[in-house]
Ligand binder design. Sequence first.
Ligand code: NAD
Length: 506
Amino acid sequence: MSSALDKAPVLVVGAGIMGIGIVQVAALAGHPVKVFDTREGAAAAAIAKLGGTLDGLVAKGRLDEAGAKGAMARIQPVATLAEAHDVRLVVEAIVEQLDAKRGLFAELEGIVAADAVLATNTSSISVTAIANGLQHPGRLVGMHFFNPVPLMKLVEVVSGLRTDPAVATAIFELSRAWGKTPVHAKSTPGFIVNRIARPYYAETLALLQEQAATPAVVDACLRGAGFRMGPCELMDMIGHDTNFAVTNSVYDANFKDKRYMPSVLQAEMVAGGLLGRKSGRGFFEYPAAAAAPPPSALPAPAPGHVVTVHGRGPVADFLEQAVNAAIGDGGLSATRDPDSPWTGLTVDGAALVMTDGRSAQRLAAELGQRDIAVFDRLVALPCAPGTALAFAVAPGASAGWPAQAAAWLAALGFAPQALADTPGLVVARTLAMLINEAADAVLQGVCSPEGADAAMKLGVAYPAGPFDWLKQWSVPGVVGVLHALDAEYRGERYRVSPFLRRRLAS
Ligand code: NAD
């Protein structure tokens, strides 16, 4: 099947932003490509624009002239679908409506050969539903590209209940031949990326709604964990209407499972026209510097301290180095308590504890100490100087302790960000929920762990995949944070995936 599609003639239906990107990739890979759009002149106009794009790539030395000319010569607009009767593959990128897509494929079945492959670029509609009613539903498959198509490497190859595995394999191989990294996915709400990414937005919106942090602080903390964009600036870029619509579609398609519940805060922003960049205002104002990093000019900790670093492993090692660098001038050095049940440090009896989900208040009660701070999970080691790090102190701490805790974190090289005393703060909470969602996706056969990691790294540029994080962390660690969140908020949202529960039991 794969060789059957090698350089085979292709029809792309829909010459919008996605369609023309698919045309570019297919034509550069050597396929003759016909382009159809119901809007008169749209296909020809999009092809002309693509010519300009390819000229630009030639001028920048990213494409040779012959390659660009050859690709353009292979592209042809067609005024009717019937003119594309000889294609071996159709890629549909029309409006995101089930009836429109079903109608198009039904019409195409009367035009193309019975064994031609039909692919849909839908981002949210069930592939199984689109295939329903076709004479040959086995040949319909999802070929989900990401925007901008020529740059984004990921293709989710989505199989519906009736998709022929040989057809999915053929599209998988073809995507590779087009220079992409394909990942197999089962047709379920949000497929892989749009599903697993939900907590990145949802946990932020929940923190903002309960006034635990500001948008700039949450963004800074997640950028500190290696994400290219914080969730607030990212939602502003995507558009809150679009982001909210995707969340709603995943929520509805899961029969209103509370796990995916949309945010009242975001609904209010959409209702008020605070859509992000495109409306000039979302969490931040545009044009303007987005997420200005919060200031952190803090006094150095007073000298003469007794510091002990708790725990083992890379985080404790990093903390020990940072403590020694901070206090080395005074001839002091940190001692180590590798058998401590927690990771962090004590300073003259006060404690800075890396979050395991327990709040500072709970830790203060359990450790029998008043002056306790929890700080967020450190994932991108070694942390660059000035990395934003969330921390929270127990409400009953002594008056000077919040400033002292911040000063210690600053002395260790962080830009401390004060948060309300919430379980898992920002990074641990977000990563635990991303891992949990990915675990459920794997449990349900939506994708493999490797597929989930590749999809999140390539589809939304995450610095690591959920299973990469799980490996660096631990199943009990992730489950501990989820349990703490569940104990705080109750309800279905923080229920632990059976995938993780079973790993825990074994
Ligand atoms: P778009 O609005 O830019 O383009 C859609 C094009 O399809 C338009 O030119 C329209 O005239 C044409 N069209 C509509 N109905 C048609 C029909 N029946 N026959 C032929 N042409 C028709 O939309 P887009 O952003 O390119 O999205 C297209 C598809 O790709 C949708 O299914 C969308 O969900 C999916 N998708 C979009 C993105 C994205 O980021 N924009 C990412 C992944 C997938």
